[in-house]
Design a protein around this ligand. Structure first.
Ligand SMILES: NC(=O)c1ccc[n+]([C@@H]2O[C@H](COP(=O)([O-])OP(=O)(O)OC[C@H]3O[C@@H](n4cnc5c(N)ncnc54)[C@H](O)[C@@H]3O)[C@@H](O)[C@H]2O)c1
Length: 357
């Protein structure tokens, strides 16, 4: 296990200018806040097309409570980024000339690509849009970085643990052969290949990170970790597919953000290419997640239902490489991170919605 003090990573980032494309989302805004906390110049370029304020303000999809909460979380993101001094540009990264304009203005030295339909389930409903938001935007980022290679020393791509497909072993590491299934995972894998190609053929410094099952403050993506606490507070049933034995490598946002900062800080320079799993590094069951919700909402109704046949088989992502090369040691096991998140969620619920059902 290597020990690389976080302060020394931050020192390496001093004077850098980090642009987050798709940075107004859950991961991006949390990363922008961490960069600004450490005095690093940061710009978010986002067209607010996914999980957006407009979408949430206009549609309630039959759930006015969810609409209220989401608008509140999204507004908090903007308030926090503005107060922290993050520069914000409303730009569609599918449009080369628009993205080029903000590149010219900000002159980034590091670029993080986050834009996507960030849910495999949603991506499957709209494969063309999935392709464009992940890969057309990535093409533009890579081309701009290639053309400005004397200025940009690293492009980081947010890939996904879904590139591994159904896990054949309980734990996978970065040498496990990817077997992506579906448009979302395949677009992520294509994105990874494009990054490595730009590195090998054009010398661009690149880094690829593979996160999994994130949860944390101000997320509006409604993954299972959010849906469970929200449904419990709304008096709705929590369903445990196949008894809740499905496993995910749940990761608290602060751990991921630290890993990403370590990656952009420690990796840079021409022809440098690095790929890291960045998760907590220990898959836990959906049933264990539900048990934590039960501590906060003791009368929550849990119901077992049949397992769906196309449910992906997941597991643990090894952190050995990230431990060794990034000095990354995740600090938030589910018992600590998810409890903190539930406490935060209940506080927000009481502020925004009022009493519980
Ligand atoms: N959250 C997770 O658990 C998780 C896990 C693995 C990988 N990822 C990946 O990490 C990245 C960020 O995820 P997130 O959870 O923050 O998602 P998010 O949906 O909260 O954020 C994505 C952001 O991209 C922006 N965007 C989309 N198309 C754009 C375009 N054309 N131009 C500019 N901006 C655009 C959206 O408006 C949104 O703000 C995604 O690529 C996602 O696939 C997320």
């Amino acid at each position: 296990m290597s020990n690389i003090p976080y302060d020394s990573v931050i020192d390496k980032l001093k004077g850098q200018r980090v642009m987050l494309v798709g940075g107004a989302g859950f991961i991006g805004h949390n990363m922008s806040l961490e960069l600004r906390r450490n005095g690093i110049e940061t710009m978010v370029a986002d067209n607010m097309v996914v999980n957006s304020m407009v979408d949430n303000a206009y549609h309630d999809r039959g759930d006015p409570t969810k609409r209220k909460l989401n608008i509140h979380f999204l507004m908090d993101r903007f308030d926090m980024m503005r107060d922290a001094g993050v520069e914000m540009r409303n730009v569609d990264a599918r449009l080369f000339s628009d993205l080029a304009q903000v590149f010219d203005e900000f002159k980034p030295t590091k670029v993080v690509h986050l834009s996507a339909i960030s849910s495999a389930v949603e991506a499957r409903k709209n494969p063309g849009l999935c392709f464009d938001l992940q890969l057309t935007t990535l093409r533009n980022v890579l081309e701009l970085c290639r053309l400005n290679h004397d200025q940009v020393d690293n492009v980081m791509f947010l890939s996904s643990s879904t590139v591994y497909g159904d896990f054949e072993t309980p734990t996978v590491d970065e040498t496990t052969r990817p077997r992506p299934r579906g448009i979302y995972a395949n677009a992520k894998y294509m994105g990874e290949r494009l990054l490595r190609t730009y590195c090998h053929q054009h010398g661009l410094g690149v880094s690829i990170v593979r996160p999994s099952a994130l949860y944390g403050e101000r997320c509006v993506s409604r993954r299972v970790s959010q849906a469970f606490i929200e449904n419990a507070l709304a008096g709705k049933t929590l369903y445990l597919d196949g008894g809740g034995d499905g496993r995910l490598d749940f990761t608290y946002i602060d751990d991921l953000v630290e890993g990403m900062v370590r990656t952009v800080g420690l990796f840079g320079g021409r022809e440098v290419s690095a790929t890291f799993n960045l998760t907590f590094g220990n898959a836990r069951t959906i049933g264990e997640l539900a048990e934590i919700v039960k501590e906060f909402v003791p009368d929550v109704n849990l119901e077992i239902r049949d397992r769906s046949n196309d449910r992906p088989i997941r597991g643990t992502l090894s952190m050995d490489r990230a431990n060794e090369m990034l000095g990354f040691h995740p600090k938030w096991p589910l018992e600590k991170g998810y409890r903190q998140y539930c406490e935060w969620y209940i506080g927000e619920w009481e502020k925004v919605v009022g009493s519980r059902k």
